[in-house]
Design a protein around this ligand. Sequence first.
Ligand code: ADP
Length: 692
Amino acid sequence: MLPLGSDQPADNSEMARLQAQVAELQRRLAEAHERLEVSEATVHAIRSGEVDAVVVQQADDSRVFTLASPEKFYLQLAQELTNVGTWDIELATGRVHVSDGLRELMALPRSGAATLEDLWGAIIPEDRQRIQKVLQESARTSEDRYYEEFRVYSADGSVRWMAGKGAVVRGPGGDRARLVGINLDITERKAAEQALAESERAFRELADSMPQIVWTARPDGAVDYFNRRWYEFTGEELGVPSREHRLKVVHPDDRQRAEAAWDNAVRSGTPMQVEYRFREARTGQYRWHLGRAVPVRTERGDILRWFGTATDIHDQKILQNTLRDADHRKDQFLAMLAHELRNPLSPLMIAADLIATESSLAPHIREMAEVMNRQTIQLKRLIDDLLDVSRISTGRLELKRDAVDLQEAIDAALDVSQPLITAAGHELNVEMPREKIVIQGDKVRLTQVVGNLLINAAKYTPAGGRIGLSVRQQGDRVQITVADNGIGIPQAMLSHVFELFTQVDSSTTRSQSGLGIGLTLVKTLAEMHGGQVLAESDGPGLGSRFTVILPAVSTTGGPATTARLPEQRPAPVRRRILIIDDNQSASYLLGKLLTKLEQDVHIEQSAIQALRSLHEFQPDIVISDIAMPEFSGHQLAREIRTLPLAKQPLLVALTGYGQEDDRQASLAAGFDLHITKPIDIATLKSLLQTPV
Ligand code: ADP
């Protein structure tokens, strides 16, 4: 250590020692300079990829530092790649070193030292100054690193895009010694970017011209674009609003639904569809929109973007609601109308039945009663059909499926149509296979299909005609054909007869009662059973043939049940029957008919009265109206079901209300059966067969 600040004079030996020390220091400094130069050369060599390893010799051992292999790989790659070039500018001297790649890229002289002027000249005039400035600033004051994109002339004279990345290399004293950098040809990328920008612009132009709200979102669900319509409609400021902000224009009642639908779509990658209301800035009114979003995917299936629209469906929605309300009111009206029509029909039909079976009356009076009876049956059918049409049009027609023995359905259809066929003096020929045919379906509806065809055959065939009903099994299908030799159907009308309210416009047809509903029901019901129906006719006056084809479940269930004829039924047992109806004539006539059928009858006009007489009369069967003042049939059924009776009676609801909901309500209240008015003698008889 130098004895600086000592007052003591130095002696000669001390001076000599000091001089030796200075000489040693000078030698060490020269050595350091030399080492620095070697290091610099080494670094340069490393940077230009000329060396693979550096050996550092020390007094006691030597260590070899190889360049990390990936780095070497990249250096080689940089040399070999045609679209990459490296350069190195010594700031003090302005000397420039360039790689072969750069010479190639920027059309620089193939050999010899490149100059700064060469570099500037390669850059197109529009970009030159900017790059010069960046480089100059890097050399002096600015950041140590930069990234710039600019254009150069290539060897073939075309202009190519470069991405230049540069860095300042500092000397040992920390001064800016060199600028080194790498240039990459990005012409292709630029072209792709430009094409993308073009299509983006075209998309925006298209989106802006659309009357719908259009938006896009990133794969993670972040919305990044709205078209002009959004800003016009919501009155929002330009710019993409945040999620909270967007939700503000959605009706408060719809917010949760809208959010859930979108979150679910983003989570599952599936399209979204949701209806919600947006507030219109101009009117302050919330308007219904149909919101949709679909994911746009890459070829690999990754979601690239979401594309969404919101379409104003407010007017349609309002119209739809109005229509739905009107439709609902119409259904209610139809149900009420049916009820009101059935109520007077019931006593009429029973009265006609009574007169027809009264042997003491003159035959012509009984015949007239039969006419009355047939007409009321027809009226009842019309009412039922009307209700069915309303069920079809609202999609509420349902099948109560079961394994149905086709024979039973056909017998019931024959029962229904027989009066009309007999009255017109037609000859009926029925052909049934011996095997039992089972159909998976609704017995009542299958009866209706065959019944309607038979009734039509009877209606559209002049008196004394021939009607044929044949059933054939063909593999797993059954074919039911109803043919007549009646008025026939013109060729042009054959495909239209199944349409709702269609009637062939001829005087014969018009003279027949009907609404043009029967065949629509036949077709709908056949199709609901997985089948179809065909109409054939050789023309006017040449008869018609209707064929229903249905899938059959099995034919091996044993022989067909014997055709059930009313006469063959066992005689009804005598039962105690309690009738409750506030309509006096209805209950009176029903009582009369049941008495005639040898039943013990007791009538009450109100449910409360009925409850009182229950213990004393001990009925086997209770037949009750539903809609009654004070105490309804439903209440009555519920009461009866809770009473500690020796034996619970069979509870039958007899009502003008025949919708499925009404039936369900009756069963829920405790009724065993729900029968719609008017009840006919055949139904009454089969009711009396029901075990109690
Ligand atoms: P509706 O009988 O109540 O008029 P349908 O739907 O049952 O209604 O029949 C539609 C039309 O098809 C009838 O009006 C009639 O013109 C024609 N039609 C149906 N069945 C026959 C038949 N067996 N022979 C001739 N025409 C028929």
